[in-house]
Design a protein around this ligand. Structure first.
Ligand SMILES: N[C@@H](CCC(=O)N[C@@H](CS)C(=O)NCC(=O)O)C(=O)O
Length: 301
């Protein structure tokens, strides 16, 4: 029996019906792309560039995990990790095109094809891509059984935990049509608990899996580096400056040149000189940043 109090229901008077039906958009930000069914809404082939790896993504934390990994692999000399990063505008519904859905039936960025294999390997879920690339290039995933297990533990932790931060806290704090105390309290509690998990661990370890930088750092930094410093304008609310060890690690990882490049790829927000909308060549960082494209009246070279 659900305890129902009309005085505290939100919106006032709301009572869940017996069977939920999709009658009206919620009114929150991104409500226009939410549907209760999966599958393509329109026919659209995806472009294919010249490199072995084709990434279809956007510069959200889940997308940035993969572009950081690819930039790290290239910086470490793995030329087979050369990639084209195509923009999938999730606000415009590009994730529901038939070509994208054939790679990711779940219609979420990032999605990837590895054309160095015949037939090409399809990849969806950012954690799956990090593991695939780490194994393919034997990089950023230690061979020692204990450190390897630790890196995978934290990779899986990230995949399971971040939705409470993004879809839970971020949604209700920043995107919902009105502020609601109950969900904001619930997810602020959980987000702070997770920040404390990281802070406690990083007090004793240089990187997530120990002394070595691994795919666990690459998975966690885009989400928790961002919530510590900028995401949702919630840093004062969550008192993120108090997580000293986490902040030490955020700076350490953020100082890596490959991380700085990776976070620019497919980025659509922030200063124009922090955005590289599409990446098809390493030179694009020098010639096709958004500030340069704007100065050329939209021309990419
Ligand atoms: N667990 C997935 C999550 C991917 C995800 O949630 N992607 C979001 C952007 S960060 C998306 O594509 N949203 C579009 C939509 O929900 O339609 C992963 O890590 O790859």
């Amino acid at each position: 029996m659900v305890d129902y109090d009309p005085a505290t229901s939100q919106p006032p008077g709301y009572m869940p019906p017996k069977v939920w039906t999709w009658d009206a958009p919620s009114g929150g930000q991104f409500a226009n792309i939410n549907r209760p069914v999966s599958g393509a809404t329109h026919d659209k082939e995806l472009p294919v560039g010249k490199h072995p790896i084709q990434l279809y993504s956007m510069g959200t934390p889940n997308g940035v995990k993969v572009t950081i990994m690819l930039e790290e692999l290239l910086a470490a000399g793995h030329s087979g990790a050369e990639y084209d990063a195509w923009m999938i505008g999730i606000g415009a519904g590009d994730q529901f095109g038939s070509g994208f859905v054939s790679i990711n039936p779940n219609s979420k960025i990032p999605a990837m094809l590895d054309h160095s294999v015949d037939p090409p390997v399809r990849l969806f879920e950012s954690g799956s891509m990090l593991l695939y690339l780490a194994e393919k290039f034997s990089a950023f995933l230690p061979h020692d059984i204990h450190t390897r297990a630790e890196a995978i533990n934290w990779l899986m932790w990230q995949m399971g935990s971040a939705p409470f931060v993004g879809g839970g806290f971020g949604h209700f704090f920043a995107y919902a049509p009105f502020k609601m105390e109950y969900p904001i309290n619930r997810y602020a509690m959980e987000t702070k608990r997770q920040l404390h998990v990281l802070d406690t661990h990083l007090a004793e370890h240089e990187y997530m899996a120990g002394a070595e930088y691994t795919i666990a750092d690459i998975a966690i930094w885009p989400w928790y580096g961002s919530i510590a410093r900028e995401a949702y304008g919630a840093q004062e609310f969550l008192a993120t400056q108090e997580y000293k060890h986490l902040n030490r690690w955020v700076d350490l990882v953020g100082a890596r040149p490959a991380v700085q490049r990776g976070r620019m790829v497919n980025r659509t927000f922030g200063e124009p000189d922090s955005q590289l909308r599409e990446r098809h060549d390493a030179k694009d960082f020098e010639i096709n940043r958004e500030d340069m494209v704007i100065a050329r009246s939209g021309a990419r070279v």
